[in-house]
Design a protein around this ligand. Structure first.
Ligand code: ZN
Length: 151
């Protein structure tokens, strides 16, 4: 990971952990799923408001480590206004990123702030923290009722 990305990583995680975006229960959500990462103890609930194939609104609630919260916060900021299929594609991309398939220095222009999560590939336990919100979002989209665990 290059220096620029490492500094950005620390900045983004600190910022989103301190003041998480879209951190609220959504009363009019059309999709909902609960996520749980037993390895770390992260609980993240995802709320989605889908209209005409678009993510009109997305929010999250729960408790977890800084990485799981920052990831959920950044995910919700990123997905708002995207289509459902764009959101699914971003999930794939994010998954490739945190599992190291995009390499240590991914394209920041393409991924935006999400690129900072390249940092977690060095810590396998943290991959689950970073991807919990995303897995939960996908389950919410597909309306699966069962609880997501990253195991
Ligand atoms: Zn965690």
């Amino acid at each position: 990971m290059n220096q620029e990305l490492r500094e950005l990583y620390q900045q983004v995680i600190l910022d989103h952990n301190k003041s998480p975006r879209n951190f609220r229960k959504m009363e009019n959500a059309t999709k909902f799923a609960e996520g749980y990462n037993p390895l770390c103890g992260d609980h993240i609930d995802i709320y989605l408001l889908i209209e005409d194939g678009m993510v009109k609104d997305v929010s999250f609630k729960g408790e977890g480590c800084a990485i799981s919260k920052a990831s959920a916060s950044l995910m919700t900021s990123t997905l708002k206004g995207k289509t459902v299929s764009e959101s699914e594609k971003l999930f794939e991309k994010f998954h490739d990123l945190v599992t190291g398939k995009l390499g240590e220095n991914p394209d920041i222009d393409e991924l935006g702030k999400l690129a900072v999560f390249a940092g977690v590939q060095e810590f396998p336990v943290r991959v689950k923290c970073a991807s919990l919100a995303w897995h939960t979002m996908i389950n919410a989209l597909h309306n699966k009722d069962e609880k997501v665990t990253t195991e």
